[in-house]
Design a protein around this ligand. Structure first.
Ligand code: FES
Ligand SMILES: [Fe+2]
Length: 435
């Protein structure tokens, strides 16, 4: 339920986007009033990725995460079910969990000592007999449960909207693409950890960067391509993204850049980049499990690799870097990036180690690409917010010829198209227009 939306701001919402999404107001990227409305209309009713189920393998395992700006406890209960509770004591709101992750029998509130089970039930009140009637009913004083929790390839999503469509329906054709990274093996994936850092940017800027904007790479990341002149692998990776990449917009605001290799390109069908596969044991591992992956993915998808993609509103995945991330909003001009490395659960340790190092080199918090991107995102956010500059909308008009593709789901165009951003902002706009 939206709280106190200023009627003047409400009146502005329809005009923030042109009808075809080609013009987008800069207010989306800094306006505190719009940001407050987003908390309810976007983050209050979307499926939000909070973590991966391999982070909590056993009953009692938990970690803290965020839905929008709100802290939530993600915990496996005694029956093995994953639950998501608001990290806010029902008594006076004190966070009942103050560890990032761990294992707990119960969650104990340090203020007055109320104690909650893994399922969120209130199991203890100090001096209960002295302070409440004998038949006092504690059953409606448990931790507030986020009503919908569902998983896909172990990714845990939660939704505050009890009436929301299922996660699978919400992902729709995005599943077809996500499988190419996350569903290659029967044993699934595991995550090797989460890294967190803050960037002075609105959360939508990293999202639009991943929903289909590899066209920025030659300019933004030119220094990367210059500092590794002895190693052509990054050049080759860029060339293949620009040559084989397709920008794809999907219902629900999702989208990405996907590399679609020619059927006779035997190298392109293997995951990751050549430089990573050159490490002893890594290329051999990917070769050894390729038959299984191709069996699971089928004829078309065995030639498709994710470059970058974004599942609305803010789950981004970089396929060849084996990482997914969320830009948690921290105010209209600040985001907290949470970034996970993923690997096939049944891969040898040497492969897991190599993938983690490659992620760290490229898109970890100090990654040679990540540093460039973060600078852009801050620049876009601050460059949008000037008194005069903010009055001029952004143009997202590239790729007006996007259309259907014989093999790929969604609306498809070249990597230079901005139709994926138009699609993302139209979804945002649809949600913002619903009180
Ligand atoms: S605030 Fe938690 S027990 Fe009072
Ligand atoms: Fe980039």
């Amino acid at each position: 339920m939206a709280r106190g939306v200023d009627p003047a701001v409400e009146k502005d919402i329809p005009g923030l986007l042109s009808e075809d999404g080609t013009w987008v107001s800069r207010r989306l990227f800094f306006d505190p009033d719009l940001y407050e409305i987003e908390k309810h209309r976007v983050f209050g009713r979307s499926w939000l990725m909070v973590g991966h189920d391999t982070q909590i393998p056993n009953p009692g395992d938990f970690f803290l995460s965020f839905m929008g700006e709100e802290s939530v406890i993600v915990v496996r209960d005694n029956e093995g079910k994953i639950r998501v509770h608001l990290n806010s004591c029902p008594h006076r709101g004190m966070p009942v969990c103050r560890e990032d992750r761990g294992h707990a029998r119960t969650f104990f509130c340090v203020y007055h000592g109320w104690n909650f089970g893994r399922d969120g039930a209130l199991v203890g009140i100090p001096n209960q007999r002295a302070t409440y009637p004998r038949d006092f009913d504690k059953s409606n004083l448990g931790l507030f449960a986020v009503p919908r929790v569902e998983t896909y390839h172990g990714l845990i999503f939660a939704n505050h909207d009890a009436e929301a469509i299922s996660l699978e329906d919400s992902l729709g054709d995005m599943k077809w693409y996500l499988d190419t990274s996350l569903g290659r093996r029967e044993g699934g994936i595991e995550v090797l950890g989460v890294q967190k850092w803050r960037v002075g940017t609105n959360w939508k800027v990293p999202a639009e960067n991943m929903v289909g904007d590899v066209a920025h790479a030659p300019a933004t990341h030119s220094s990367v391509f210059q500092i590794v002149p002895g190693d052509p692998s990054f050049d080759l990776a860029l060339k293949s993204v620009l040559e084989y990449g397709r920008n794809v917009a999907l219902p629900g605001g999702h989208g990405g850049t996907f590399r679609v290799y020619p059927k006779d390109d035997s190298d392109g069908r293997l995951p990751g980049e050549a430089v990573m596969r050159a490490t002893p044991g890594v290329g051999e591992y990917f070769e050894s499990v390729q038959a299984e992956a191709e069996e699971r993915l089928g004829e078309v998808r065995k030639h498709v690799k994710i470059a970058t993609c974004m599942t609305f509103p803010n789950l981004c995945l970089l396929g060849s870097n084996f990482t997914f991330r969320v830009a948690h909003p921290r105010g209209p001009m600040k985001s907290e990036i949470w970034s996970w490395v993923f690997v096939d659960r049944d891969a040898p340790q040497t492969v897991k180690d190599t993938l983690r190092k490659f992620y760290t080199l490229t898109f970890g918090p100090g990654g040679i690409f990540e540093q460039d991107d973060g600078e852009n995102w801050e620049g876009v956010t601050y460059g949008s917010s000037g008194v005069e500059a903010s009055t001029h909308p952004f143009h997202y008009g590239a790729g007006l010829d996007a259309g259907p593709h014989p093999e790929l789901p969604g609306t498809v165009s070249s990597v230079y198209s901005e139709h994926t951003q138009r699609n993302m902002y139209r979804r945002w706009h649809d949600l913002m227009l619903q009180p």
